[in-house]
Design a protein around this ligand. Structure first.
Ligand SMILES: [Zn+2]
Length: 272
């Protein structure tokens, strides 16, 4: 599948690059990772691959913006050309330990979406349970998040317990959205108005609940370029595969052709 996608992306690159050029100044690419540690494997991106991703952003000419500023500029029509936002989901410790120092050194603003059940003590995600006990699976402690936030890392909510939101009762949906926001606001001492839907699960009812819960920005995993018409509570985002060439395809808009597939997947339910 992946080889086919890449071949398709490469074949479509002249078209997508032209589309990108025509939308000059009006498109926002949001990209994401999960954890950055020793080697690329599953949810992990190796440190060397991560540095290569940042090199690709540089050579491509990306203007990396803070999430809130990028969304404000998108709405105002003042987005710079090749605007990109960097995000991390889940709140793994390797992000604050390894990725954030590299990003800070390069002056790149970044948003981390944390699961707040981890603030109260050890949390291990369902998809990590089959892996042997390893430090790479550790989630950041509250003091680590607070220190990184003090250094400029933007922190948003990834809910309390990372459920598939479209499946929840209305009461549980409100609890996941509101309690996580309040916990982070108490930790950070500032408003928290951004959210990443766990596993990209959303539908119009979930989006309305996010709005009612006080969020102004929410991010899916539906790939493609965000335009002035993209709702701020269902922004598009692509996770970055290990191979830097795949990031180039994302930036050139090649994966936008997969939008219908992503819309279906984001409503179907999680693989676990
Ligand atoms: Zn997640």
């Amino acid at each position: 599948m992946r080889g086919g996608v890449r071949a398709l992306g490469t074949a479509l690159r002249p078209i997508t690059t032209t589309a990108r050029r025509l939308s000059r100044g009006r498109g926002l690419t949001i990209i994401g990772w999960h954890r950055v540690d020793g080697h690329s494997d599953g949810l992990s991106t190796g440190v060397d691959d991560f540095r290569r991703h940042l090199d690709v952003l540089d050579t491509w000419g990306a203007t990396v913006l803070p999430l809130d500023a990028a969304v404000a500029a998108l709405a105002a029509g003042t987005l710079p050309d090749r605007a990109v936002v960097l995000t991390f989901d889940d709140g793994y410790a390797s992000v604050v330990e390894t990725a954030w120092p590299i990003l800070r050194e390069r002056g790149l603003p970044t948003t981390l979406f944390a699961v707040t059940a981890s603030l109260a003590g050890d949390l291990r995600f369902a998809w990590d349970r089959h892996e042997p006990e390893h430090d790479r699976l550790r989630l950041a402690r509250p003091d680590e998040l607070l220190d990184a936030a003090g250094e400029g890392l933007d922190i948003g909510s990834h809910t309390v317990s990372h459920p598939w939101l479209p499946r929840l009762t209305p009461a549980d949906l409100v609890r996941e959205l509101v309690d996580s926001r309040v916990s982070l606001e108490e930790l950070l001492g500032r408003p928290v108005t951004s959210l990443a839907y766990p596993t990209g699960g959303w539908n119009p009812a979930v989006r309305a609940a996010a709005d009612a819960a006080g969020y102004r920005i929410a991010i899916t995993v539906d790939r493609g370029l965000n335009t002035v018409r993209t709702p701020h509570l269902s922004l598009r985002r692509s996770f970055v595969p290990a191979d830097p060439e795949d990031l180039r395809l994302i930036l050139d808009g090649a994966y936008t052709v997969l939008r219908p597939l992503d819309s279906w997947r984001s409503r179907k339910g999680p693989p676990w």
